[in-house]
Structure formats: structure tokens, C-alpha cells
Write a protein that binds this ligand. Structure first.
Ligand code: UDP
Length: 485
């Protein structure tokens, strides 16, 4: 055995403080440590609480994962104490720029930890672009985790390269996203202000893009067979070095890991599982938006009425906004009316545990990338209802390229759902009936997504495409000279 083989690689993982980032980082940590890498996750005390049980269970299984704490600079950032995660704010859009600005305050403590622990590599969230500079200074290879699809990365590249969204008459006129393998049409209304004029966020995205070019490469939570033409396009045309390593959610095999992923569930999962056991296969609709979504009262009511009119058994996971009293009234009334037909879960549910249940036959999602990939990994077709970020891009991948979902017809980028555009109960009901029905299109979607689920599982097995990329990446790291800090 030579020296390079004897040394156990040590990776620092640095996730952005939001569930949609923290969760895949923990899954990635389990994946890398199952390949023999020692992983240290750097996060703040309140975020550590969300993941510590999962990490402890991993350790009991022999995985070499630990957490190092770094304080959240609430006072310096002008943010209230006790809020360290983007999803914990009842109205995140109102504090978003302060929260993103706070991220640069982690630079010095992070650099101090690097000097103290001398890891062999860093995997940093895209929202810490300064990590690329710090790592270059210290001679440590760093990777950026983008947390989205190859498809969406290719769409963003097309916008920058060809500006297909310019010279369009109105916000609702469609334009073709130039240079992609498929004919994809979007509207400006499905994008933030940043597409039209420089904003705080667009400047940050530009910095992220620029730092990617100087990093060692990009880690993508996807698998090759899901989006082969876009994986190729990204590597050849966008010309970034990338490794596909997903779906990382499938590394949670144990019921306890599925039940507590990302947070403690706000219900007893056994009660829900036995309720699901009592339902026919593919009969239950699972309605759950991402960790950040909030609704106006009007939109909340339309969803409730749409679900009621669809006559489907359902699980609806929801979080109330800061005008809680009225929202609570709407939901309590609805809950009484729906007793026996559906379950309402407030706050946090064990998503992948429920999606995996054979009774669940459809998933209403905002197309956050984790949610989308989790649905595919569970073989469940989707109703797509994008809200913000790159969710409208992921919707096109699901409905048009993969053909495993139906769109509810949302057209407006909005941080709080229902603030600009209200999706009406009739649309909601119609789409739910179509997806859960026995029509030919619905049957085809079900069989396509089941096929993708099998491919996803194979990708992670020895000899599979994601397994091969993780192994190749680790091998490449082993060949590098060890950082000399
Ligand atoms: N999630 C969960 N339970 C919930 C709500 C969300 O486990 O009740 C998880 C979900 O499985 C996913 C993540 O939270 O892994 C949300 O990430 P995504 O990228 O889908 O959306 P975002 O929250 O970033 O909008």
C-alpha cells in the first residue's frame, strides 16, 4: 500500500442555511463517507440541531461524519437572535438581503477552521462563492454544490449567453430558450426582476458563476440517465467540470433516517403510515410545497377548495404565514370537513417516508429540485406548481422533457404564493383529477416515472453512473498532492 492509499481523505462540507441545502449536504456526507471519506459538516448551532440525530445514527453505522460549529453572526448582520435558517423566518423575502449579506461574515471563522483542520478538499454551497478564493489561497481544492438540475443550469447559461428574454413585447409572451437540446419556452413573468435589471441577487449570482469557473468543479445532485443531453450540454457547451452524484436522497435506507430527515416531524409518523396503509395503491395525493413556501389566505382557501372538489384522499403539509389567525381558521374548518378523507400536517413531515408509500399516487410540488428528484426517486408523478428560484425551469424538465407531471398552470414568479397570481380551485381540481385518474396520459406518466425510479436506484449501485462519478472524483482527489497549509 503506498502513502496516497493509506491516507484517509478528509472533506469539509459547508451548506447554506436552508433546508433545501442542508438536507442534500447531509445526504452527500453519508454518500461520501460510505465511500471511505471522512466528512466534517460546518454549520451553526441551530442548524446543527436539525441534523445531529441523523449524523449520530450514521456514526453508529460506522460512517465517519462529524459537525463543527460556527456561530451565526445575528447581531453583526442585524438579524434577530434565534433565526439561523432561511426557512425559519415567517416572511423570508423581507430579510433575504440581510441574510445573504451575512454569509460573507462566515469567511474568517471558516478560514480559521481550515487552518486548524487542514482538510483535503472542500464542498461549499454556491452561496459561499468566497470559499473559492480562500481555498485557492490555502491550496485546498474546492467544489461547488449547485443543488439544481443540469437542465436548469443549461437554461441559466442560455440566458446569459443569448439573452433570449430580451426584445419580448410583454411579460407573458413566450420566448424560446436558445441553444438547448429541446424547444423549451418560458416567459419573463416566470422569472425574478434580476432577469430584467441588475439587482442585489443578480450581482450575487454573477459572483457565483464567476467563482464556479475557478473552482475544481461542480457537484450536481442528479443522475446521468435522467437528463443525459443536458448533462452532456453542461459539460461540453457550458464547459464546466461536473460530477453527477445523485439522487442523494436514496442514501436514506433506514426508516428512522427517512422519518427525521431535515427536522423532527410535527406528527407521529406511525399514525400517518397506518392511515396510508388503509388506502388503495396510488390513491393518495401528497400536497407539500418546499421548506420556504407560504400562502396568502385567498390562495390557501383555493387549495383547500380544489382538494375538496377533487374528491381524492390526501395528505396536505402546510406552514402558515404571519397572519396566522385567519389561516388557522380556514384550515381548522377544512380539517373538520375532511375528517377521514385526508390528513393535514402542520410544519414538517417526513417527506421521503410518505412518498415511498405505495398508497401515494401523486405529488403536488413547487419543483424545488430536491422535491422533484425525491418524487422521481419514489416513482411518483407530479403536479407542478412552481413559485420562485429556478422552479419554473424544473417544471419544464418534468412536464415537457421527462413527461412525468402535469402543470397546474402557475405563470408568475412570486415569493409568497398568491401574492400576485392566484391559482383557482377549478384548475387545481382539474389537474388533480387528471393526474390521479385512469386516463392514458396519466397511466403513461406513472409508467415513465417508475422506469426513472429504477434507473435512479441503478445509478447509485456499484457500476451505476452516479457511483462511477463519485468513485472517479475520490480517485482524482487521491492523486492530488496533499494541501500544505
Ligand atoms: N421537506 C421535508 N418535509 C417537509 C417539507 C420539506 O422533508 O415537510 C424536505 C424535502 O424533502 C426537500 C427539502 O425539504 O428535501 C426542500 O427542498 P426543495 O429543494 O425541494 O425546496 P425548497 O425548500 O428549497 O424550496
Amino acid at each position: 500500500m503506498d502513502l496516497a492509499e493509506a491516507h484517509q481523505l478528509h472533506a469539509f462540507f459547508f451548506p447554506f442555511m436552508a433546508q433545501g441545502h442542508l438536507i442534500p449536504f447531509v445526504d452527500m456526507a453519508r454518500l461520501f463517507s460510505s465511500h471511505g471519506v471522512k466528512v466534517t459538516i460546518i454549520t451553526t448551532p441551530l442548524n446543527a440541531r436539525l441534523i445531529s440525530n441523523t449524523i449520530d445514527r450514521g456514526k453508529q453505522l460506522g460512517l465517519d461524519i462529524s459537525i463543527l460549529l460556527i456561530p451565526f453572526p445575528s447581531e453583526e448582520a442585524g438579524l434577530p437572535q434565534g433565526y439561523e435558517n432561511a426557512g425559519s423566518f415567517p416572511n423570508f423575502p423581507a430579510v433575504a438581503s440581510k441574510f445573504f449579506d451575512a454569509l460573507s461574515l462566515f469567511q474568517q471563522p471558516f478560514e480559521d477552521l481550515l487552518k486548524e483542520y487542514c482538510p483535503d478538499c472542500i464542498v461549499a454551497d454556491m452561496f459561499f462563492p468566497w470559499v473559492t478564493d480562500v481555498s485557492a489561497k490555502l491550496g485546498i481544492p474546492s467544489f461547488i454544490f449547485r443543488g439544481t438540475s443540469f437542465f436548469s443550469l443549461c437554461v441559466s447559461d442560455s440566458f446569459r449567453r443569448y439573452t433570449p428574454h430580451e426584445n419580448i413585447k410583454s411579460e407573458t409572451d413566450t420566448f424560446v430558450v436558445s441553444g438547448l437540446p429541446d424547444q423549451i419556452e418560458l416567459t419573463r413573468s416566470q422569472h425574478s426582476e434580476s432577469l430584467k435589471k441588475p439587482t442585489h441577487f443578480s450581482k450575487m449570482m454573477e459572483r457565483i458563476r464567476e467563482s464556479e469557473g475557478r473552482s475544481f468543479g461542480i457537484l450536481v445532485n442528479s443522475f446521468y440517465e435522467l437528463e443525459p443531453t443536458y448533462a452532456d450540454h453542461y459539460r461540453k457547451v457550458v464547459a464546466r467540470k461536473a460530477w453527477h452524484i445523485g439522487p442523494v436522497s436514496l442514501n436514506n435506507m433506514d426508516i428512522a433516517d427517512k422519518a427525521e430527515r431535515g427536522n423532527k416531524a410535527s406528527i407521529d409518523e406511525h399514525v400517518c403510515l397506518s392511515w396510508l396503509d388503509s388506502k388503495k395503491p396510488n390513491s393518495v395525493l401528497y400536497v407539500s410545497f418546499g421548506s420556504m413556501a407560504r400562502f396568502t389566505d385567498t390562495q390557501l382557501l383555493e387549495i383547500a377548495m380544489g382538494i375538496e372538489a377533487s374528491r381524492q384522499p390526501f395528505i396536505w403539509v402546510l406552514r402558515l404565514n404571519d397572519e396566522e389567525a385567519e389561516q388557522r381558521r380556514i384550515i381548522e374548518e377544512f380539517e373538520k370537513k375532511m375528517e377521514g378523507r385526508g390528513l393535514i400536517i402542520r410544519d414538517w413531515a417526513p417527506r421521503i417516508l410518505f412518498l415511498d408509500h405505495p398508497a401515494v399516487g401523486g405529488f403536488v410540488t413547487d419543483c424545488g429540485w430536491n422535491s422533484t428528484l425525491e418524487s422521481i426517486g419514489a416513482g411518483v408523478p407530479m403536479i407542478t406548481w412552481p413559485l420562485f428560484a429556478e422552479q419554473f425551469h424544473n417544471e419544464k424538465l418534468v412536464t415537457q422533457v421527462l413527461k412525468v407531471g402535469l402543470s397546474v398552470g402557475a405563470m408568475e414568479f412570486q415569493r409568497v404564493r398568491g401574492e400576485k397570481e392566484v391559482v383557482k380551485r377549478d384548475n387545481i381540481k382539474k389537474t388533480m383529477e387528471q393526474l390521479m385518474g385512469s386516463g392514458e396520459e396519466a397511466e403513461l406518466m406513472r409508467s415513465r416515472v417508475r422506469e426513472l425510479k429504477k434507473m435512479a436506484e441503478r445509478a447509485l449501485e456499484e457500476g451505476g453512473s452516479s457511483f462511477a462519478d463519485v468513485t472517479a472524483l475520490i480517485e482524482e482527489l487521491r492523486q492530488l498532492p496533499r494541501p500544505a497549509i
